[in-house]
Write a protein that binds this ligand. Structure first.
Ligand code: ACO
Length: 409
């Protein structure tokens, strides 16, 4: 608390104890059975299943089912789930008009915050959040509609017609179809990109009590409409210290390439405490050894670039990223602070290679994390201990004093 004086007599006393933990570094805000992290060992599990196995064998929709329901679906359950999601992919036609209220150059994350929040105006009446069936339908709606909302934010920004979902396509293909198909020509999503997108969605689907998930929980803990709570989560995700890092990484790598690859200069800047610059895509609150998602993504990125051929235009960014990683990992500053590449360090290069524009990167993260957010919201409300989230504070302000009349101030 720096030089501030703490008046012990003014600390909260109702419970007989008080903890001060800025940033919630060591405080559990809830209990959860969804995702397990071991930051020292680099372990990430969804409902007990290692992320490496899910990344290799599962599909995004199967992971959605797992995260929300707690178990892997059997064949029939997965087919039914797939079908239910498919029936919810459309947006109310009025939403098209809602998009046109935004500036064309708005960041698509701003549009996402608005559109997802606006859905609370469509799904509210007579819906009881304490009814598990209602919560499940809310999850279906959100998982299904997010790719449509995301793709439409891109289409609107480009002045292109909105493309309706094509329900014969799988989840990821449908998103790419809504992003890139034109009325003038046939569009078939590249299977290579579909596979890469599925992987990115799986790896970003949940990450326990990160900033955006905690935001959704806190917003939803007052009993607020879940679409409005999700909108708050999207706002939180947008920041560069969280989901916005994937966009910031590419901007940083491009700057390095443009500076004749002066990687050492950027590493030196990141270490300089008088410079606010940080290595984007580096460091994590929980992972202090390695981020298992980054390991998988780096491998996938390399494979994708190999398949695109040696002259692909993204190779230079990848080589720069690799060099940056090598230099940083051999540097005492980063070693001492346990700073490693995180999930976002290589993901942007994959998205770029898929033709996804930079400002859509965090939108895709939001699409993936939607299932995590709604699963946590569902778990929180179903919990017998469910109560409004209400953090306390350490008051460092003025002592009690008397009001001073304005003419005497
Ligand atoms: N570059 C340079 N130094 C860093 C970096 C970095 N990327 N990350 C942390 N540090 C330094 C800090 O300056 C601090 O140094 P100090 O001990 O000398 O003061 C120390 O490492 C600890 O950093 P904190 O900011 O206290 O760590 P915290 O857990 O609060 O922050 C965070 C974690 C936000 C991820 C941070 O590492 C960061 O800003 N990284 C860059 C942004 C990024 O990639 N975000 C994506 C995270 S993953 C996700 O949300 C999907």
């Amino acid at each position: 608390t720096g030089n501030a004086t703490i008046d012990i007599s003014r600390l909260p006393k109702e419970l007989g104890y008080f903890t001060y933990d800025p940033g919630f570094v060591a405080t559990a805000s809830c209990h959860s059975a969804i995702t397990y992290l071991d930051g020292d060992k680099g372990v990430l599990e969804y409902r007990g299943y290692p992320i490496e196995q899910l990344a290799e064998k599962s599909s995004f929709l199967e992971v959605c089912y797992l995260l929300f329901h707690g178990e892997l679906p059997n064949e029939k359950e997965l087919t039914d789930f797939d079908q239910i999601i498919t029936t919810h992919t459309m947006l109310n036609e009025q939403m098209k008009r809602f998009y046109s209220g935004f500036r064309r150059d708005a960041h698509p994350m701003a549009t996402m915050v608005g559109v997802v929040g606006a859905l609370s105006a469509f799904y509210h009446h007579d819906e009881d959040i304490h009814d598990p069936k209602h919560r499940m339908i809310t999850a279906h709606r959100l998982i299904a509609k997010m790719p449509t909302i995301a793709a439409w934010s891109y289409r609107y920004a480009n002045g292109q017609p909105m493309v309706y979902p094509k329900n014969s396509l799988d989840y990821s293909s449908n998103f790419l179809y809504m992003m890139f198909s034109m009325p003038t020509e046939e569009y078939t999503p590249d299977p290579l990109f579909v596979k890469a997108l599925e992987l990115l969605l799986i790896l970003h689907a949940d990450h326990e009590q990160n900033a955006s998930t905690s935001t959704v929980r806190l917003a939803g803990s007052s009993g607020a409409n879940p679409f409005a709570a999700l909108s708050a989560g999207i706002a939180s995700l947008w920041g560069p210290a969280h989901g916005g890092a994937n966009e910031a990484v590419i901007r940083m790598l491009q700057d390095i390439v443009d500076s004749d690859n002066d990687v050492a200069h950027y590493v030196a800047r990141a270490k300089d405490k008088d410079d606010r610059f940080r290595l984007m895509g580096f460091g994590h609150r929980v992972y202090k050894n390695f981020d298992p998602r980054a390991v998988i993504i780096r491998k996938t990125c390399l494979e994708l670039l190999e398949q695109l051929g040696p002259d692909n235009q993204y190779q230079e960014l990848f080589d720069t990223a690799k060099e940056l990683e090598e230099i940083a990992l051999a540097d005492e500053y980063f070693v001492k602070r346990n700073l490693y590449p995180n999930v976002d360090f290589y993901s942007g290069i994959i998205l770029l290679a898929m033709g996804i524009p930079l400002n859509m990167f965090t939108v895709i993260f939001a699409m993936a994390r939607t299932v995590g957010w709604i699963s946590h919201w569902n778990e929180m409300i179903a919990d017998d201990d469910f109560r409004i989230g209400r953090p306390r504070q350490l008051y460092l302000g003025s002592e009690p004093r008397d009001y001073v009349e304005i003419e005497n101030r």
